[in-house]
Design a protein around this ligand. Structure first.
Ligand SMILES: Cc1cc2nc3c(=O)[nH]c(=O)nc-3n(C[C@H](O)[C@H](O)[C@H](O)COP(=O)(O)OP(=O)(O)OC[C@H]3O[C@@H](n4cnc5c(N)ncnc54)[C@H](O)[C@@H]3O)c2cc1C
Length: 385
C-alpha cells in the first residue's frame, strides 16, 4: 500500500521538473563558485514548496508532511546536497519554530515572507565549543529595557551568509543554568554587530554555511519566541521533522548516485564489454539498490507514523521510528555512495563528477540534526537503556 495520493504524485513531478530545469543545469558552476542560489527561493515560494505544512493564513499550503517528504526526496535529485540542505534549514528546521511558537505579529513579519521566499531563514544553535551538547551554549543575551544585548558566536550556521534572519538559541539564564537557561530569539542579520563569515568547505559547496560573530547585537524583546528559558525544550520539539527531512535527502541522494553508477556501468567498457556485465559490478549495484530500498521503506513507515500523530506531541514509538529512519538512512548512505563511486574507477577524483560531489556531501547526513552517536543514545533511552 502506498502512502502517496495522486496529489502527492503530481507534486512530485512538478518538483522533478523544477530540479531538472532550474537547478541541475547550473550545479557544476554553482559548486565551483561556492555559490548558493538564493534567487531560487521566490520561485520555490511560488510553487508552494516553502510552506507545505504551514497554515494557509500565512501563505502555507496546509498539507500533510507526506507532501514535504516528496519535496525533500525530489529536491535531493539536484546532484549535490548543498542546496537541499540550505532549503531544508529554512523549511524544516527554522520555520516550524515560528509556525508553532510565533505570535501573530511574528508570523506576519517573518513566517509569511519566508513562505513566499522573500526572506531566507536559518536556525543557529551550534557554537565553536558545543554542538551535540546544546545545554553548554555560551552566547549570552542580557536584558536591557525592551531589548536583549547578544554577544558570542555560532558555528556551522546554515543560511547565515545570505539569510535574512535566524532562530538563535542564546543563554538568558546564569552561566551555570545549563539547559534551563536558554531562550530562542529571532535575530535579523542586518542588525548592527551581526557579522557572518563564510567557511571554506570540502563538501556542500553550493550551500550557505557561515560562522556568526555577535558583538552587542540589540534584539527587540518582541522577537523572543515563547517565554524566557523555554528555548532548549522548544528546540527539542522540532527534531522529528528535521530528522525525517535529512533521511529523505540522504535517500534521494543515494538514488542519484545509484542512477549515475548504473548508466556508467552500461557505457564504460573494459576487456571488450560494458563493466556492468561483470557480475561483481552487477552485484555491487544490486546491493546498493536493496539497501537503498530498505532505508526508503523504513523512512516511509516513520513518516506514516509521524503523520498519524500530532506534531510536537508524538508518542515514544513514533519518535523512535523517526530517529531510526534518520540513523539508518544517513549511515547506510555513506556506505552506498562510496560503493557507487568505486564503479567509476579513477574518474572518481574528477571534482566535477556528480558521484564525487555526493561522496563529499553525504558526510553531512550523520552529523547534522544530531550525530549518529546521539541518535543511538536517544534510541537507546527510548528502548529503556
Ligand atoms: C555543513 C554543516 C551545516 C550545519 N548547519 C547547522 C545549522 O544550520 N545550525 C546549527 O545549529 N548547527 C549546524 N551544524 C552543526 C551540526 O549540527 C553539528 O556539527 C552537530 O550537531 C555535531 O556537533 P559538533 O560538530 O560540535 O560535534 P561534537 O558535539 O563535538 O561531537 C564530536 C563527536 O563526538 C561525538 N559525541 C559527542 N557527544 C557524544 C555523546 N554524548 N555520546 C557519544 N558520542 C558523542 C559526536 O557524535 C561526534 O562524533 C551544521 C554542521 C555542518 C557540518
Amino acid at each position: 500500500m502506498s502512502i502517496f495520493s495522486e496529489k502527492h504524485d503530481i507534486f512530485r513531478k512538478n518538483v522533478q521538473r523544477f530540479v531538472a530545469s532550474e537547478i541541475n543545469p547550473h550545479m557544476g558552476k554553482w559548486e565551483r563558485d561556492e555559490y548558493f542560489p538564493a534567487e531560487l527561493m521566490p520561485k520555490l515560494g511560488d510553487m508552494g514548496c516553502l510552506g507545505i505544512t504551514f497554515p494557509e493564513e500565512y501563505g502555507g499550503a496546509g498539507e500533510d508532511w507526506i507532501m514535504s517528504l516528496v519535496f525533500h526526496e525530489e529536491l535531493a535529485r539536484s546532484t549535490g546536497m548543498g542546496i537541499p540542505i540550505s532549503i531544508t534549514a529554512h523549511t524544516d528546521m527554522s520555520l516550524p519554530h515560528l509556525a508553532r511558537l510565533g505570535t501573530a505579529e511574528q508570523k506576519k513579519r517573518y513566517l509569511a515572507p519566508a513562505i513566499r521566499g522573500e526572506k531566507l531563514a536559518g536556525v543557529w544553535v551550534t557554537e565553536p565549543y558545543c554542538g551535540s551538547d546544546v545545554a553548554a551554549i555560551k552566547t549570552t543575551a542580557h536584558r536591557s529595557g525592551d531589548h536583549y544585548i547578544v554577544n558570542g558566536s555560532k558555528q556551522f550556521s546554515t543560511n547565515a551568509l545570505k539569510g535574512d534572519f535566524g532562530i538563535m538559541l542564546v543563554r538568558t539564564g546564569e552561566a551555570d543554568s545549563g539547559h534551563r537557561g536558554l531562550t530562542m530569539l529571532i535575530v535579523e542579520t542586518s542588525t548592527p554587530g551581526f557579522k557572518a563569515a563564510p567557511i571554506r568547505k570540502m563538501a556542500l559547496r553550493s550551500g550557505d554555511t557561515g560562522t556568526i560573530y555577535l558583538d552587542n547585537v540589540r534584539v527587540p524583546v518582541e522577537n523572543r519566541l515563547d517565554e524566557e528559558n523555554r528555548g532548549f525544550y522548544n528546540q527539542m520539539v522540532g527534531f522529528e521533522r528535521e530528522r525525517l527531512s535529512l533521511a529523505a535527502t540522504a535517500v534521494g541522494s543515494v538514488q542519484v548516485a545509484l542512477d549515475e553508477a548504473v548508466s556508467y556501468a552500461r557505457e564504460r567498457k573494459a576487456f571488450g564489454r560494458p563493466i556492468g556485465k561483470f557480475q561483481v559490478i552487477t552485484h555491487r549495484l544490486v546491493d546498493i539498490a536493496v539497501k537503498l530500498e530498505a532505508a526508503r521503506q523504513l523512512m516511509y513507515r516513520a513518516v506514516e507514523m509521524f503523520c498519524d500523530g500530532v506534531e510536537g506531541k508524538q508518542d515514544a514509538a513514533t519518535k523512535k521510528m523517526c530517529y531510526m529512519a534518520k540513523l539508518f538512512a544517513t549511515d547506510v548512505a555513506q556506505e552506498l555512495v562510496s560503493s557507487a563511486a568505486q564503479v567509476f574507477g579513477g574518474s572518481v577524483v574528477d571534482d566535477d563528477l556528480i558521484v564525487s560531489r555526493l561522496y563529499r556531501d553525504i558526510r553531512i547526513g550523520t552529523l547534522g540534526g544530531g550525530t549518529s552517536e546521539i541518535m543511538k543514545n536517544i534510541i537507546g533511552g527510548l528502548m529503556g537503556l
